[in-house]
Design a protein around this ligand. Sequence first.
Ligand code: ASP
Length: 343
Amino acid sequence: MKSNRRSFLRLSALAVPFSQIGSALAHGPVKKPIVISTWDSGQIANGAAWPILARGGKALDAVEQAGIAIENDINCCVGLGGNPDRDGYVTLDACIMDEKSNCGSVAFLERIKHPVSVARKLMETTPHVFLAGVGAQQFALQNGFELEPEALSPSAQKTYDKWLEKAEYKPVINIELEQNKGKGHGPFAPARLEDGSFNHDTMGTLALDANGDVSGMCTTSGMGFKMRGRVGDSPIIGAGLFVDNEVGAATSSGQGEEVIRVCGTHLVVEFMRSGLSPEKACKKAIERIVKPNPERAKTFQVGFIAINKKGEIGAYAIQKGFNYTVTEQGGAHKISNAKCYFS
Ligand code: ASP
């Protein structure tokens, strides 16, 4: 299969699977507004963001709705339906950042359905940027968010029970390809493997609105069966998400520790500031991760997506199989098999 194979989804029918349109789709500058999200399930996120952007709304509102939509999806490894940590608890991480460099983050948040909205509330009503654990939950409850039941979703419970049989902490480098092996719902991969394998399915969304402003969000339940208390890159501004309204924005998915080490999305945005296209900026950030130890880098996946102020988009990953979803005037495109280091 060729890199950058693209497919198309008509906006009016989000339930209709992408149909393949080969590689003919132009990938140049795109008119605003535009929204891009990680993975196949980016169709759900973009589907919630697009109506706001299409009517001239703010990128910040659009990306929050994207996060809410995916956190609501019980079949996705984002939000309370996601895989638990190795002690059986779902712990959520999320952040949001707007065009004025306002940002909010929550990490190790339990039993709250919409961490992205808690992050926004924190950003808008307090002088702080980052709350974690019990304090984040307390803040959420004080602000009208409800305490949800502790129980795992049925599919997460099944996956966890299976994982407990071996209880190995062993990430699978390219879960998205494994998922696609005969198990997908049409071209959309299922959210998790049934054999209890690790999964990563962070939703990162970046939007450029009609006004020309950029915002982003990132939400996740993190690596499945992680150590209790482990926090990845997703809620960390500059790692899982970075927005600079003069330049653009970037978000990441994959093994968070590797993204944190290089302040990955901040790096991508700084590379764009120096004049690189979004794809080249993502590539340079991936190289920064890989080069110190290419052998080790063969064992994990990281993917970046980015957008600049012209509405140009790009992505780059370490391994094959990284994909993302773009929605703009006229439709949504799935971009499969982003270019990667080990192609
Ligand atoms: N980046 C996330 C983390 O490390 C995982 C993922 O992307 O699925 O928690």
